[in-house]
Design a protein around this ligand. Sequence first.
Ligand code: COA
Length: 304
Amino acid sequence: MTVHSSTDSSAVVIRPARPADQASSDGLPPLRPDGDGPRWRRTVVAERAGEVVGLASMQLDPVTENYLCEVVVAPAHRRAGIGTSLYGAACQLLERPYRVQARAMARQPLRRLFAEALGCELVRHHPEPWADPTTTPWRQWIDAHPVPDGHTALTLAEADPAGVRRAWLQYDEWSHAPVGPVRPHHLVDAWERYRSGLDADTSTVVVEEAAPEEVLAFCLVSAQQWEGRTLAVSETAAPDQEDGVAFLEAAVARTLLRLGARGVRRVELEGHSDDPHFPVLVAGLPEHDADPMDLLALRRPAAG
Ligand SMILES: CC(C)(COP(=O)(O)OP(=O)(O)OC[C@H]1O[C@@H](n2cnc3c(N)ncnc32)[C@H](O)[C@@H]1OP(=O)(O)O)[C@@H](O)C(=O)NCCC(=O)NCCS
């Protein structure tokens, strides 16, 4: 597809990934297979002297009309334009005019530098605070946020599955709206995949005692996702939930209590800066570390 000449005269070829390809250079993630339909994915690789030294993958967002982009170039081959060429080649494979998005985490600064070089704009900010529920300040915060009177906290294992599913689907639809047009028919599929990875004993839902099948707020835990981080997604089911911050805090507090009892020391609280209750929750947390993440829209090169 694209060929770079280089000082050591070994050319770099950019081409679609093949099933037999292996990321043979250090620092590259395993290649994931292409997909079609709602799980559409394509990958291009950079090959030098028979070795895969970089890759770019585009994946259809499971819920919104966006593509999610990942570009990785092996450290020894960086700053030679390979990442930019991979991105351009991957864009040529896109079948729809959807926006291309990438994640830029504060602790991976190259992501932002690269995105800025391509041209990008902020879609939304994720504060991503880290909780250590084994420490005194966090135990005090947990104790200070009980479940409001007339309500109760259930684990996911105890809760009505249909009620949790309904709450999640409601949340997922309104929370994605600022990111781009939602593809509602894919929400259910996305929930089934997400649900299968949740920890039922530390995830919490808050319900009214008189109506336990109506979930008001939740804190859903995916244990040990990456770099030792346990991820917890927390919000109210309805964006305009009355006393929503108190319900949200209670859900997070019950989950942290259970994770603390297990000795889990890094819980990343996931939520968005434009959610109605999450930023208020973050503002009241004890002093904490964080890995803020920006969702960026990348400029698509002109076709041709
Ligand atoms: C980000 C990454 C893919 C860039 O690959 P690359 O082949 O070095 O990219 P390019 O050579 O095309 O760089 C394009 C521009 O990005 C910016 N950039 C890339 N790496 C940079 C660095 N280390 N410092 C400052 N700017 C940098 C520069 O503006 C660069 O242009 P320049 O070299 O003319 O100054 C690579 O560093 C990498 O794999 N990092 C880890 C994974 C990652 O962060 N991926 C991005 C997620 S989408």
